[in-house]
Ligand binder design. Structure first.
Ligand code: GLV
Length: 387
């Protein structure tokens, strides 16, 4: 059994065990992948202030996100096709999150359905929706999420049209994978993955197949986004959807001060500063660079969360010290899931927690809720000076 000490260790095992098509799906950004790369490299530019002779006993990483207790401020982000990274992946990830005490967010583009996850967990999870043209489908999704006991919805605002990810096109990404010479040759080397997939019935988009109308190839992510997503989305529609749900709402994909102000004005419970992990607008700033300006504008009006680029507990601490009230991991938990199922997600959470807790201690802090900008060394002009 390998000794896992970092998220990168999990990534190496994940890469070995998972079909190329799904590894590439997770490990990609759009076009040149500039934003995808900078999401992580910008975190590395921020340094930490070492403090000594500070009482480090009784440390805690416990806090709240949208009023819910969390063991650490790290939710599992909605990731499409998670159940292709590992059989029944969403159920396994949700179970790991529940046991750890952090929120799990189910993607609309999951393989396991809302009902599958609800039946296999005991605590409410969050449900992510895209903004779709079909109002009936949206209503039904909300009803299903309500029936499943979901405690919040996360509305993705930055994917009306899909950013192009070259690898997905080249691989012919679909769920289940279409059998071509190349995919068969690759699948033949991933027998552990294949054996588990043969034992589950969940091999395509569980929230969509049998529920959505008028999509020519529901197994294809690109057909679904091109045909079903609402290109006409505006803030009025966002407000209508918030009303349609009637419960807690997190608005995801905010990368601009004006958009943050609108989201706050609509009364969102939280916003997520996110560029979709660098998968949508290539050339957008990294989330961590954008965070300070958004906090300055709306930090006192709405809870501000961050995703895109978090690969360690140190990244979590940096975002929290800047002023975020919560963070999300996507790829970091997918690496664990693909490497070793539920246990791998738990390992990813443990790695991040340990890094967060130890770093907090070495910065002289005992409580995650007390960390502030004071522990950070941020390069001058970190946010950039853009005309
Ligand atoms: C879906 O949201 C994706 O980024 O593929």
């Amino acid at each position: 059994m390998p000794v896992i000490t970092t998220i990168d260790d999990l990534k190496r095992i994940y890469k070995r065990r998972t079909p190329k098509m799904f590894y590439d799906y997770a490990e990609t950004g759009s076009w040149t992948e500039q934003t995808f790369r900078e999401n992580t490299s910008d975190f590395d530019r921020i340094r930490l202030r070492q403090r000594v002779a500070v009482d480090m006993t009784n440390r805690t990483t416990k806090t709240q996100m949208i009023g819910q207790d969390v063991a650490m401020p790290v939710a599992l982000a909605p990731v499409g096709l998670t159940g292709m990274q590992c059989a029944d992946g969403e159920i396994k990830a949700a179970k790991a999150a529940e046991k750890f005490g952090v929120p799990f967010t189910l993607s609309t583009l999951s393989i396991c359905s809302i009902e599958d996850v609800a039946e296999n967990t005991t605590k409410p999870f969050w449900f992510q929706v895209y903004t779709l043209k079909d109002d009936d489908f949206m209503r039904r999704l909300f009803d299903r999420a309500r029936d499943a006991g979901c405690s919040a919805i996360v509305i993705t605002l930055d994917l009306q049209v899909q950013g192009q990810r070259h690898k997905d096109l080249k691989n012919g990404l679909s769920a289940p994978p279409k059998l071509t010479m190349a995919s068969i040759a690759n699948l033949a080397t991933k027998w552990g993955w294949g054996l588990q997939m043969l034992q589950t019935k969940r091999r395509t988009f569980g929230n969509v197949i049998g529920h959505a109308k008028g999509v020519s190839d529901p197994s294809s992510l690109s057909s679904w986004t091109a045909e079903a997503f609402d290109h006409a989305l505006d803030w009025k529609r966002v407000a209508d959807l918030m009303k349609m749900w009637g419960g807690k709402v997190i608005l995801k994909g905010i990368m601009d001060v004006e958009d943050a102000k609108m989201a706050a004005k609509l009364g969102a419970d939280a916003i997520i500063v996110s560029n979709h992990g660098g998968r949508q607008l290539d050339g957008a700033l990294s989330s961590i660079r954008m965070l300070p300006a958004i906090l300055d504008a709306v930090g006192d009006k709405v809870e501000v969360h961050l995703d895109s680029g978090i690969r360690s507990g140190q990244d979590v601490l940096k975002a929290m010290a800047m002023g975020a009230k919560g963070t999300y991991i996507g790829r970091a938990f997918v690496y664990g899931l693909g490497a070793m199922g539920e246990k791998g997600v738990t390992t990813a959470l443990n790695v991040i927690h340990k890094e967060l807790d130890t770093t907090m201690a070495l910065c002289g802090k005992r409580d995650i809720q007390d960390v502030d900008r004071d522990i950070l060394l941020v390069p001058k002009y970190f946010e950039g000076s853009w005309a």
